[in-house]
Design a protein around this ligand. Structure first.
Ligand code: NZQ
Ligand code: ZN
Length: 387
């Protein structure tokens, strides 16, 4: 196991009815910017619950954050936040809204002579950010209790992350009842995203991190178990609670502590979303099986462990590794998330591969994978493998 430092200051309020706890977290008298998406929180009752918890505070609403939050939209939020003197940011939504909340919280306090686009890619240092609270409505990204945010600039097809401990949410509410209104597409995306967050930290190479291995295997098994009941009925509260917690723990910081990590699927995923508008979860379902096939020689031992412990397979390493990849693809398909480019209307896989390669080069993503030996050309081959 490698040396590591773990830090996670986000207080989690988990369970039904916990939205009311916002009243304990956000000071009376705060001027709160409530950031939300395209309207799901008004349709499913979450907005009303949040407003009840915020009684007595000044609330400035900023709705309309897109899936894959766009820089241009967020600049409007920043201007409104400054103009209204907001001093707390509350994100209520999925990963896109929560990532938007982080960007807004950082950008509002950025000196006005610094270009806010420099926040992404960590190209300017941050001295401060407004305090953030959040209410998660879509288990998937783990954004509710991590310090990452991914922002898209539509005009230039850039989808880039930043990380900064200043944007850790002070608190997050995770009420599994929000899953009741999730459409099958978002449920499937969330299951796949949480699954791939775990494999990115687990399917690398062994370094005797036994507890981390078993945390990863437990999360993967939990996702595999809860998927069928949830897809049949998103109102299954027991399944929703286990899904929400598993997705959170995949990105909480423990699974990957002291372990080599990969994250190639995510690097390719962001380029595919920026280029073709394919959902984050969908791009991962496309790329992970192909990435594992491409990297089978390097990952054989881990894939065999994954096949035996997670899927209950037996036999020689090579056969178990191949069968485990097939099981993974089948799982994604069973979640309703297709795994071939043509399923998303991308018929020219070679052109897509070349476009991804050029984007990765432009973004300086030149050495990916747990051994930093995957080039943009390797990534292009992985995209071709998703044809
Ligand atoms: O916009 P609204 O109306 O709220 O609808 C959303 C949106 O259309 C809907 N939705 C969310 N909760 C719902 C609901 N519909 C009904 N009932 C509910 N309870 O779902 C749609 C997708 O929402 P979005 O927030 O975009 O999905 P997700 O949570 O998958 O977030 C994806 C974004 O997070 C980034 C992705 O790259 C992408 O931009 N990620 C963030 C990470 C992080 N911060 O650590 C890590 C991830 O790997 C990922 O990159
Ligand atoms: Zn992800």
């Amino acid at each position: 196991m490698n040396n590591f430092s773990v830090y996670n200051p986000t207080r989690i309020h988990f369970g039904h009815g916990q939205i009311a706890r916002l009243a304990d977290e956000i000071p009376a008298g705060a001027r709160v910017m409530l950031v939300s998406g395209g309207g799901s929180i008004r349709r499913n009752g979450v907005h009303a619950e949040v407003m009840a918890a915020l009684a007595g505070r000044e609330v400035i609403e900023f709705a309309g954050v897109e899936a894959n939050p766009e820089y241009e939209t967020l600049l409007v939020a920043v201007a409104e936040g400054r103009c209204n003197g907001v001093d707390w940011i509350l994100g209520v939504g999925g990963g896109s809204v929560l990532d938007a909340a982080k960007f807004i919280a950082a950008a509002i306090l950025l000196p006005t002579d610094i270009d806010p686009w420099l926040i992404v890619g960590n190209r300017t240092s941050l001295a401060a950010a407004l305090p953030i609270a959040c209410v998660l409505t879509l288990p998937a990204t783990g954004s509710e209790s991590n310090f990452t945010s991914v922002i898209t600039r539509r005009g230039t097809k850039d989808k880039i992350s930043f990380k900064n401990p200043l944007v850790f949410p002070r608190c997050c509410v995770m009420d599994p009842a929000v899953c009741r209104s999730l459409p099958p597409r978002q449920l499937g995306n969330g299951l796949v995203d949480a699954f791939v967050h775990t494999t990115e930290q687990y399917l690398t190479y062994a370094n005797d991190s036994r507890l981390q291995d078993r945390l990863a295997e437990g999360i993967l098994q939990t996702l595999i178990e809860v998927a069928p009941p949830l897809l049949a009925d998103p109102g299954d509260m027991a399944a929703a609670a286990n899904f929400m917690w598993a997705a959170n723990q995949a990105m909480f910081g423990l699974v990957g502590a002291g372990r080599p990590q990969d994250w190639t699927a995510h690097a390719i995923s962001h380029e595919l979303t920026a280029l073709f508008g394919i959902d984050h979860g969908q791009t991962l379902a496309l790329i992970l099986p192909s990435l594992l096939e491409y990297g089978l020689a390097a990952k054989r031992e881990r894939l065999a462990q994954y096949g035996r412990r997670v899927w209950g397979l037996s036999g020689e390493d090579e056969a178990v590794a191949r069968a485990a990849i097939n099981r993974t693809r089948d799982f994604f398909e069973a979640c309703g998330v297709a795994t071939r480019l043509a399923d998303y209307g991308v018929d020219d896989a070679d052109a897509a591969a070349r476009a991804v390669q050029a984007q990765l080069q432009r973004h300086g993503r030149l050495a990916l994978g747990e051994r930093q030996n995957l080039t943009p050309a390797d990534c292009a081959a992985i995209v071709r493998g998703a044809a």
